[in-house]
Design a protein around this ligand. Structure first.
Ligand code: ZN
Length: 321
């Protein structure tokens, strides 16, 4: 009875991501959760039953054979609104790489990874629901970031320049959901992602249209429009169809579209773009945990990942010339 009571007290503490030595009480906890917990304790509130659902939904094989072994950095650095799905998103992307052999991923929330010498160890970076001014170090981080600069302004500038140079020279970039709700003081960042968050008029089941039905990165949807329940964004400049290749959009023929303030009623949900020699894939889905155990969406994310890694070739020319 005593042991049971103790267990009952420990489990809720784990679920809310408290700083408990997980290995001591749950010896079967996957290595990736220990890593997420160490790298980003605030983002580690992952429920074991959700992890199981992700495990069952993930693709079993890579879509394209990787040209080489790829290393991917999953960043979970949050400086604004904290989504509860950050940890699960990171878990899904790490496990996806492991199960399909498409890449090997490391999770971190440390800005030091953006130092050019460190960043060049990776082939792609995933911005997993990172909100706010995350390019700026916190006071207690400055001393450990001398590879980027000596003060906050220098470090922020160098981190952004390094990320831009990484993509320009062929590095891949993948962004989920609120990664477009970040770093508003840096126009180059908004352009890199492809647009900035401008509110979410919808958090409901929506009708999603394939904007380019035969595009290779939309193979998961087999040419069919679909429904999904999530928080759906509208975007503002630098979002522009002259700057992105639109893949998914809110169906403009539905009544739901009336909620947007955009005059053109163009509410993209996913897109790709090229910048220099690098590829960028962005999807605004991922507010809700269940996005990461939707098998069709996970196949779409795998294909997006293989696109930014250069293993799937796909048209990323702007939708409007
Ligand atoms: Zn959200």
């Amino acid at each position: 009875m005593k042991a049971l009571k103790r267990f009952a007290m420990v489990v809720p503490a784990l679920l809310i991501g408290a700083t408990v030595a997980m290995a001591e009480v749950t010896p079967d906890v996957p290595e990736v959760i220990k890593v997420i917990k160490k790298a980003a304790p605030d983002n580690a509130a992952i429920k074991p039953e959700d992890m199981k659902k992700v495990d069952e939904a993930l693709p079993k094989a890579a879509t394209a054979k990787p040209a080489k072994a790829h290393k991917v950095l999953v960043l979970t650095r949050v400086a604004g609104f904290q989504h509860s799905s950050v940890g699960l998103g990171a878990y899904a992307m790490v496990e996806m790489g492991k199960r399909t052999g498409a890449y090997e991923a490391t999770v971190s929330n440390d800005l030091a990874n953006l130092a050019p010498e460190k960043l060049k160890e990776f082939d792609a970076v995933i911005l997993c629901n990172m909100t706010g001014h995350w390019l700026e170090p916190k006071d207690n981080e400055v001393a450990g970031l001398s590879a980027l600069g000596k003060d906050k302004a220098e470090i922020t500038k160098a981190a952004l320049a390094s990320l831009l140079a990484f993509v320009d020279s062929g590095g891949g970039l993948m962004g989920f959901h609120s990664s477009s709700d970040a770093n508003y003081e840096h126009p180059e960042f908004g352009k890199l992602i492809g647009g900035w968050f401008d509110g979410h008029p919808w958090h409901e089941k929506v009708q999603v249209k394939l904007a380019d039905p035969t595009h290779p990165l939309l193979a998961a949807f087999e040419g069919k429009d679909f429904e999904v329940t999530d928080e759906i964004y509208q975007f503002k400049d630098p979002y522009n169809l002259n700057n992105i290749h639109e893949l998914l959009k809110l169906d403009p023929s539905t009544d739901q579209i009336k909620k947007t303030k955009r005059a053109d009623k163009d509410c993209a949900i996913a897109w790709v773009r090229d910048q220099g020699k690098g590829h960028v894939f962005y999807s605004s889905l991922g507010h809700r945990e269940e996005i990461y155990w939707n098998p069709v969406l996970m196949k779409f994310y795998l294909d997006g990942m293989q696109f930014v890694l250069g293993d799937i070739k796909a048209d990323a020319a702007p939708t409007q010339k």
